[in-house]
Write a protein that binds this ligand. Structure first.
Ligand code: GDP
Length: 318
């Protein structure tokens, strides 16, 4: 990819978008274009069209999305399907109209069927029903990757879809009602330690298995795909290993230094039993994740304390 390319990172304040901006800066791409939500509402098609007509963008990284953990997805499916469909169609169509040749669309491993053979290969898409706790979000993300495929076929664009596994890292959401499991447990363990609590509550049974990718590795994979001139297709991005939610909780307690018990809240959903990605498609091209979970958890906890601990109640501050 040309170092002078004008690269629009949609969603640059989110966890994925901000990681992309950091990586592009580190790799020496000076022409990164961003817009805050106040400057450009991606739900407003006319505004998105005007932006693309004016900005001469070469590459779009479409990381803007409505995202959330299992409870947010299960309780607000209308927002998740509507907002994601509108953002995707607005941005992808406006990019095509403005003759943007290259685009990377970010989805999620929840696009794959609930009862998928493991590890999950890209070709298992749409082979059986989805996990109901996040099927609205998954349908929107499937629509986005199908938009990319359809536009490539009809209009000769080069729009690629990356499907990361569960992500974590800087700028994650630590709100316990809408976050994913890893930031939720980091925060709960931190507060439990500071409170001297006897136990920490983990939702569900602790038996579901999940795979966790540091968002800086996703940003590295994105640059890899762009720099290797990948022009089409769907690519899983993961580490190739998973662990149970109980094991994750134990690992987090260790990093945080919380020595109490784990309590499991069976009233909360488990979600899909397992979603380990098969990452051989990118691996065969020469890319693999570099940040191990122990290292990633430690750096993420340090960032959490630096960014959030100051806003915790005084009694909770370390
Ligand atoms: P998912 O991967 O789409 O299911 O999303 P999550 O990251 O929200 O949840 C993953 C698993 O972790 C599910 O089985 C949750 O029930 C479980 N889990 C355990 N404790 C928590 C918690 O405090 N917050 C969240 N979001 N999930 C939790």
């Amino acid at each position: 990819m040309n170092k002078q390319a004008r690269i629009f990172v949609a969603g640059h304040r989110g966890m994925v978008g901000s990681a992309l901006v950091r990586r592009l800066a580190a790799e020496g791409y000076p022409n990164v274009v961003t817009r805050s939500r106040a400057e450009l509402d991606l739900m407003d098609q006319a505004a998105v069209n005007r932006f693309f007509e004016a900005e001469r963008i070469d590459v779009v990284l479409l990381a803007a999305a409505r995202v959330g953990g299992i409870l947010a997805n299960a309780s607000r499916p209308g927002e998740f399907i509507y907002e994601n469909l509108v953002i995707e169609t607005n941005v992808i169509h406006a990019a095509y109209r403005a003759r943007v040749e290259r685009l990377v669309f970010f989805g999620s491993s929840c696009i794959y069927p609930k009862q998928c053979p493991q590890p999950i290969r890209e070709e298992y898409l749409l082979t059986s029903p989805l996990e109901p706790t996040n099927d609205a979000y998954a349908i929107a993300k499937i629509a986005g990757l199908k938009l990319c495929e359809a536009y490539n076929r009809e209009y000769n664009t080069q729009y690629v879809a990356l499907m990361p596994t569960n992500l974590y890292g800087p700028n994650d959401n630590y709100d316990l009602n809408s976050s994913h499991v890893l930031p939720a447990l980091l925060r709960k363990a931190h507060e439990a330690r500071l409170n001297g609590a006897a136990s920490l509550t983990v939702w569900g049974s602790g038996t579901p298995r999940r795979e966790f990718l540091h968002v800086d590795d996703l940003a590295a994979a994105t640059l890899f795909v762009l720099e290797h001139n990948v022009t089409d297709g769907l690519f899983n991005v993961g580490v190739g290993e998973d662990l149970s939610i109980r094991e994750l909780a134990e690992g987090i307690c260790k990093v945080v230094g919380f020595e109490g018990e784990l309590a499991f809240d069976a009233s909360k959903p488990d979600g899909t039993p397992r979603k380990l990605l098969d990452v051989s498609r990118l691996a065969q091209m020469g890319w693999r994740a570099r940040i191990g979970l122990a290292e990633g958890l430690a750096s993420t906890y340090r960032q959490f304390v630096a960014a959030h601990a100051g806003s915790l109640p005084a009694a909770l501050q370390a």
